[in-house]
Design a protein around this ligand. Structure first.
Ligand SMILES: C[S@@+](CC[C@H](N)C(=O)[O-])C[C@H]1O[C@@H](n2cnc3c(N)ncnc32)[C@H](O)[C@@H]1O
Length: 452
């Protein structure tokens, strides 16, 4: 496919904004963060649609750009603390936290009267959320929030953006997934008067939800020690195409500002890439995630190497009696590869190895969710080696979990021996990142505590 055809194929059906038009809208959006002579530009990409490219050689670690969120809202994920203000993201009391104007959104006192909240509050009141307390009745105190109605808030906020900002949203790619329609239908069921018969409105909402699902990030935000995940649209950061070991790193400064730096040296004219997955996931896990959430199959060098640069992140133990060799997928570019043992060379069907991988994943994740740091260290060091190779990504994730917990919570309570285990896990993970050629990636900055 030539680049123009590839570009059109990756854009929403009725939008074909050129990279030049998109660049103008991005400049307006960046405002004071727009550099006079930026080291990046937008252009058609051979990878997909439009992409971000280096206008000159960029050195590893160099800042590429910073941008504020165009729109943010709650992710309202399972397990999220829903009593979080949707405007300032502070933690609200466990009871009596819904908007004083009865829009049924969780909003703190000052924000409920603010200009930011006014229009969305009126929208929600007009649509009559099913959980709303009837006029005149006293709130019971035992508020119910439907996460589905909360999740649609970010899309509703897009309707209240200024004209240029709205044009930017319209110029962004929207994958047309049937699941997104479900998201809207389920949200609509949370209201008595959702305008489901207003076709132009519903068409726009469908496209906006498509834009959000194709482009939005989950950005952590901390207010007075309360941490929450925001669903944020950062258009320039989103235009970067995906590579499994990307040459740029991004992180979010308190949910509101994306910061993008070069993870490796990027030559003039090179495409600047980011990752849409966790960098230490195995080939198959990344492949399934990208297909399910972003609707594409990645074809980067890492996806085409079944050893993953010698990291063996997918490896499992051989199922042949007496052999404890490492088994890895034989073929790349398929979700159902055969697996072969590197020692005895026996070949196993994918279904068998997938069951084994699921077993390791569930066993380790159950422990992560239920064990203290001390128990986790014991489990990782003594029990996991019996059923899971130390290179397997699930075991690496468990080690990362120990590092997070030990560095973020009660850092002072651990013994020297426990700290030594944590430091060893960190060295192991840094060595894997080095093998992958990940450079100054976000994970490296997080575990070396360069960023929080
Ligand atoms: C956030 S958009 C990236 C910007 C997009 N290229 C554009 O023109 O607006 C994400 C979408 O870009 C495409 N994409 C990004 N990276 C890709 C890759 N490595 N291979 C194939 N498609 C990719 C996929 O369609 C994906 O759903």
């Amino acid at each position: 496919m030539n680049t123009t055809a590839a570009m059109i194929a990756h854009m929403a059906p009725d939008r074909n904004t050129t990279p030049e038009q998109l660049a103008k809208l991005i400049d307006v959006h960046l405002g004071d963060l727009h550099e006079a002579d930026p080291n990046w530009t937008l252009a058609a990409s051979v990878v997909a649609g439009r992409g971000v490219f280096a206008t000159r050689d960029i050195a590893r670690g160099e800042l590429i750009f910073r941008e504020r969120a165009l729109v943010v809202g709650p992710t309202a994920r399972k397990g999220a603390q829903l009593n979080t203000c949707v405007c300032c993201h502070c933690l609200l009391p466990a009871q009596g936290f819904l908007c004083a104007h009865r829009c049924t959104l969780p909003v703190c006192g000052p924000c409920s009267d603010s200009e930011t909240h006014r229009e969305e509050c009126q929208h929600f009141q007009r649509w009559q959320p099913i959980d709303a307390v009837p006029e005149g009745a006293e709130p019971s105190g035992a508020e119910q929030i439907n996460p589905l109605s909360l999740r649609i808030l970010t899309a509703v906020r897009v309707f209240h953006l200024g004209q240029q900002q709205r044009s930017l949203v319209d110029a962004m790619q929207a994958n047309a997934e049937r699941g997104y329609r479900q998201e809207i239908i389920k949200a609509a069921q949370c209201f008595r008067n959702f305008p489901t018969t207003d076709k132009p409105f519903m068409d726009q909402l469908f496209r906006i939800v498509g834009v959000l699902n194709t482009n939005a990030f989950e950005a952590p935000c901390r207010v007075d020690g309360h941490e929450t995940l925001l669903r944020g649209l950062f258009p320039l950061t989103a235009i970067m195409n995906h590579e499994c070991t990307p040459n740029a790193s991004h992180y979010f400064d308190n949910g509101r500002m994306a910061v993008v730096r070069a993870a490796r040296d990027i030559p003039k004219g090179g495409e600047i890439t980011t990752t849409y997955t966790k960098i230490l996931w195995s080939n198959l896990t990344r492949g399934i995630f990208l297909k399910m959430t972003k609707n594409f199959m990645c074809d980067c060098p890492r996806c085409n190497d079944n050893t993953e640069n010698g990291t063996y992140l997918s490896a499992l133990f051989c199922r042949e009696q007496g052999c404890k060799g490492l088994v890895i997928p034989v073929q790349t570019k398929t979700m159902q590869p055969d697996w072969r043992c590197l020692s005895c060379e026996n070949v196993f069907p994918h279904a068998k190895m997938a069951r084994y991988q699921d077993f390791a994943l569930n066993t380790i994740n159950n422990r992560i969710n239920s064990s203290s740091v001390q128990d986790m260290i014991h489990f990782i060091n003594e029990l996991c080696p019996r059923f899971c190779p130390s290179s397997n990504y699930v075991l690496i994730e468990a080690k990362l979990n120990v590092i997070w917990r030990m560095t973020r919570f009660n850092a002072e309570q651990y013994t020297d021996q426990e700290v030594a285990h944590k430091d060893r896990y960190r060295e192991e993970i840094l060595a894997i990142l080095h093998k992958l050629g990940a450079g100054e990636c976000t994970l490296k900055k997080l575990i070396t505590e360069e960023i929080q």
